[in-house]
Design a protein around this ligand. Structure first.
Ligand code: NAP
Length: 262
């Protein structure tokens, strides 16, 4: 892939890397990249959370203004590489990243944790979208643990019967009357998830298939307690190079930097 050599020399020999954030992996990636000499990291946040987790180095907040806006940003900020470490459900941002990096001609990679795989004992009802999850909730479900974040709660307001335990990092403007709000940020331990499911007598979980370890304990706890999960499957991701871990993302970048600085 073509990299404009002027861009690299323009910022005093530093390679400028834009990391699209929004996950725990992104935080770890930014911290690790910041420790590598000759790399300047710019961490980009959508600005959804009022109190985002702390990030090292340069941080920018807010949308770019679509794929065209990101293209302009990459050009004006002379970005050399882009690592898309957004959540697997943040598909619009990922699509824009692919379009913009192609337009500018810089290498990019997606850091995507593998999806969780259903194993023996799991009682998953797999659905394509949050809206489909609402339709898939059995009438027998009375106490539902809703763990899909706070941005897509609106479709659940149509359900009048069940009680909801809603866990998210920050509160939502959407009010589900028959509910309890639990504001919390992962990772969550298995002991805690087990306790929570028992204490609130949960009989169904609604989750996105986010993958990764930080929020997997609820899946294990559900398996142990024989609780079904309505599992929202991931959207189709853009056809672009992917790595599965923070360390592989660093390897990807270092492979591309080989020979530039030694
Ligand atoms: P999305 O639908 O893919 O993106 C919507 C718009 O938000 C994008 O077009 C972009 O605006 C802006 N945006 C998203 N991520 C950005 C970033 N890292 N830096 C700058 N702008 C960004 O995303 P979403 O599902 O609303 O998620 C928003 C953020 O929350 C993402 O960073 C994602 O990683 C994180 N998150 C999402 C979920 C989820 O379930 N969707 C779960 C956990 C965390 P412009 O078009 O103006 O550039």
């Amino acid at each position: 892939m073509f990299v404009n050599p002027d861009w690299i020399s323009d910022h005093a020999g530093m390679v400028r890397v834009l990391v699209l954030c929004g996950t725990g992996d992104a935080i770890e990636l930014v911290a690790k990249l910041s420790e590598i000499s000759d790399i300047e990291v710019i961490a980009s946040l959508a600005g959804r959370t009022r109190q985002p987790a702390s990030l090292t180095g340069t941080v920018r907040i807010g949308g770019f203004g679509g794929a065209d806006g990101l293209t302009t940003y990459l050009q004006t900020q002379k970005i050399d590489y882009l690592i898309d470490a957004t959540h697997p459900f943040a598909i619009q941002m990922s699509d824009h990243a692919v379009a913009a990096t192609k337009a500018v001609g810089i290498p990019s990679v997606m850091l995507v944790r593998p999806a969780w795989e259903k194993v023996s004992g799991d009682r998953w009802i797999e659905v394509e979208s949050v809206e489909a999850a609402v339709q898939a909730i059995p009438v027998t479900a009375k106490r539902i643990f809703l763990t899909i974040g706070r941005q897509q709660l609106a479709p659940f307001t149509t359900l009048k019967e069940p009680w909801f335990l809603i866990r998210s990092i920050e509160s939502s403007d959407v009010v589900i009357p028959n509910s309890k709000i639990l504001l919390d940020r992962g990772p969550f331990s298995l002991d805690r998830e087990r306790q929570l499911l028992r204490d609130d007598r949960i009989d169904l979980i609604v989750s996105k298939n986010s993958g990764g370890e930080a929020t997997y304990a609820k899946v294990v706890a559900a398996r142990e307690l024989d609780i079904p999960i309505v599992m929202v499957q991931r959207p189709v991701m853009p056809n672009v190079e992917q790595v599965e871990s923070v360390d592989r993302a660093i390897d990807w970048l270092q492979d591309r930097l080989k020979g530039k600085f030694n």
